[in-house]
Each structure stands twice: as C-alpha cells, then as structure tokens.
Design a protein around this ligand. Structure first.
Ligand SMILES: [Ca+2]
Length: 119
C-alpha cells in the first residue's frame, strides 16, 4: 500500500546541499543560505553561532528552501568585522561554516557568484 506523498516533501538529508551563500557584517548582519540540491530542504529549528555566542535560533524568510533557492535572515547577534558563522540543523549537525578576516564581510562577502559552488 502506498502512502500519499506530501507535496514538496523536504529531503531529510538535504541539509548537506545547503550552503552559506552570503554574509554581511554591517547593517542587519544578513545571512543568505542557498540550496544546491534538487529537493526542498526544511530549515525549521536550524541554528547559528559565531565566534563567541552559542548556537541559537534565527528567523528565516521561509522555513523551507526550494531546490536551487535561497532564504535570508538577520543574525540574532551582531557579527563582527572579523568573525565566523556556523549553521546547524535542529539536532546540532553542522551544515556549513565560514570565517572572514577584518572587514572582508563589509558590505558583503559573497561566496560564489550566486550558485553556492564556492568557485
Ligand atoms: Ca562575533
């Protein structure tokens, strides 16, 4: 017997496809996440930390990132001129991390020309 599939089911392993795409350490300290995978990824309950504060919740523009899509959120704590950002799933698995040197994230540090590949 086949169970009905929910529409746009999130891939539980899909977090591995999510990358930090852009970080700013000025104004609202905005972070952008990119889903490089072919399935939507739920980021409900995900957390972030920097070089000094422990993982804490953030409020993304959407709790699901569509395949090839983006979400943004403002860091719950100010990010420094020289700092790092770590993203965690709801169970604490590290999704991605990035560090930057003084002022390299002002006005923004883009990783990859918008495709999350880092190239
Ligand atoms: Ca910091």
């Amino acid at each position: 017997m086949l169970a009905a599939q929910p529409a746009a089911a999130a891939d539980p392993a899909g977090y591995q496809n999510v990358r930090i795409n852009e970080v700013t350490s000025s104004n609202n300290d905005t972070v952008e996440l990119y889903n490089a995978g072919s399935a939507a990824v739920s980021i409900s309950g995900w957390k972030m930390s920097d070089d000094s504060f422990s993982p804490q919740s953030f409020s993304p523009s959407s709790t699901t990132i569509p395949a090839g899509g983006f979400v943004t959120f403002n860091s719950p704590k100010g990010l420094g001129d020289s700092d790092k950002l770590v993203i965690y799933t709801s169970d604490g698995t590290v999704v991605d991390r990035v560090e930057w040197a003084t002022d390299k994230a002002k006005p923004a540090m883009a990783r990859c020309g918008g495709d999350g590949a880092g190239a």
